[in-house]
Design a protein around this ligand. Structure first.
Ligand code: NAD
Ligand code: TYD
Length: 377
């Protein structure tokens, strides 16, 4: 496989996937297709933008004719589809944009791939449409152990010391879809379309459902970068509800490594869940972030605790997400490389060392720059 289309490559996870593929596969041509919405930022890819095996194309996945043209022009063999609207709070305010991009956009990309690949003499041979999805499609798990309990699964060599589970149930690849937010409903719908293209037309497709990612280049509307930035600026930290909700956190480069492995070794028509068996209650995670930022900035211990501000809960706030990723670990040998304590330290350091990146986003300057370069979005 030579020509790979990665959508959403200017976003958080997409930029890590693009970087990994451009560096690791000099023989591949990596085409990064991104609309550059508020969440897309080419500064995330400064270090690889001049590489000969890399091309950036600004386009909207909802533009079917453009998707057809791009598939043909770059003779695309494989698609790794990450472009999406990704923030739950925005989906509550503006669900139509989520249906448009996540559902109609995915459909337009699927159809463009189908028409192009079916026009080729080799047909679907050597082709793959790989769709990146979320654990949120499975709905919410109950919090049956509010204080946490020893996880029922054997820890892998590198998994985190924390390793507590807050309930007895986990999301498996066979768990029934039960999305609650407009975001997760739109992702669930796109997952169904991807599987339908396999079942109906025989297109080789794959879907993976991953837990919450953290790491460098995440847009500062999401919990971790938002809070690191607010602690540094001594702004309030808005904790939704009681801060009791549980998320399962995975370092973004470990997700990118899993995507690489599954793209090359995964079996078409399969689903793989990706997660690090790393559950944290929001409030515990927030306390770790406060401690880490204060230490790195030389503040006394407990200095920023007063910034914690409990606010009205998110509507329909899912209580607990927890992924069972044993299928991926056992079938393909993937495991997370970083302990959480290491990953969070690395991440906090990155945001503190790259304040210009955040300031550029929070001031909106990066949007004006790309609008001048490519025309208004
Ligand atoms: P992100 O919001 O940081 O990036 C999304 C990218 O998609 C941006 O660069 C944006 O410009 C682009 N985009 C949006 N609409 C587009 C359109 N119509 N046409 C072309 N490009 C468009 O998101 P992320 O956190 O990097 O998530 C990437 C993917 O991974 C999403 O599909 C998301 O559902 C999934 N996912 C995310 C997480 C997480 O924790 N962030 C976890 C599991 C799965
Ligand atoms: P988020 O990063 O938005 O990811 P998701 O909703 O997709 O899991 O939020 C992670 C958790 O943090 C979630 O339970 C909501 C909570 N949260 C807050 O308490 N305050 C905030 O300001 C944000 C953005 C999130």
């Amino acid at each position: 496989m030579k020509n790979i289309l990665i959508t959403g490559g200017a976003g958080f996870i997409g930029s890590h996937v693009v970087r990994l593929f451009v560096n690791k596969y000099p023989d591949y041509h990596i085409v990064n297709l991104d609309k550059l919405t508020y969440a897309g930022n080419l500064a995330n890819l400064k270090d690889i933008e001049d590489r000969p095996n890399y091309t950036f194309v600004r386009a909207d996945i909802c533009d079917y004719d453009e998707m057809r043209r791009i598939m043909e022009k770059y003779e695309i063999d494989g698609v790794i589809h990450l472009a999406a609207e990704s923030h739950v709070d925005r989906s509550i305010l503006d669900p139509f944009t989520f249906a448009r991009t996540n559902v109609m956009g995915t459909l337009s990309l699927l159809q463009a791939a189908k028409v192009y690949w079916e026009s080729r003499p080799e047909g679907y041979e050597g082709k793959l449409f790989y769709h990146i999805s979320t654990d949120e499609v499975y709905g919410a798990l109950e919090l049956t152990h509010p204080e946490g309990t020893e996880s029922p699964f054997t820890t892998t060599a590198s998994s985190t010391e924390h390793h507590l589970a807050f309930g007895t149930e986990f999301f498996l690849e066979t768990t029934k879809y039960n999305p609650h937010s407009p975001y997760s409903a739109s992702k669930a719908s796109s997952d169904h379309f991807v599987r339908a293209y396999h079942d109906t037309y025989g297109m080789p497709t794959l879907v993976t459902n991953c837990s919450n990612n953290y790491g460098p280049y995440q847009f500062p509307e999401k919990l971790i970068p938002l809070f690191v930035n607010n602690i540094r600026k001594r702004k309030p930290l808005p904790v939704y509800g009681k801060g009791e909700n549980v998320r399962d956190w995975l370092f973004v480069e470990d997700h990118a490594r899993a995507i690489d492995l599954i793209f090359h070794k995964g079996k078409p028509a399969q689903t793989y869940n990706i997660g690090g068996f790393n559950e944290w209650k929001n409030i515990d995670l927030i306390r770790v972030m406060i401690r880490t930022v204060d230490r790195l900035l030389g503040n006394p211990e407990g200095y920023s605790d007063e910034l914690i501000t409990y606010v009205t809960d998110r509507k329909g706030h899912d209580m607990r997400y927890a992924i069972d990723s044993r299928k991926l670990q056992e079938e393909l040998g993937w495991e997370p490389s970083l302990q959480f304590e290491e990953g969070i330290e690395k991440t906090v350091r990155w945001y503190l060392d790259n304040q210009d990146w955040i300031d550029n986003i929070t001031s909106g300057d990066y949007e004006k720059y790309y609008d001048n370069m490519y025309g208004a979005r």
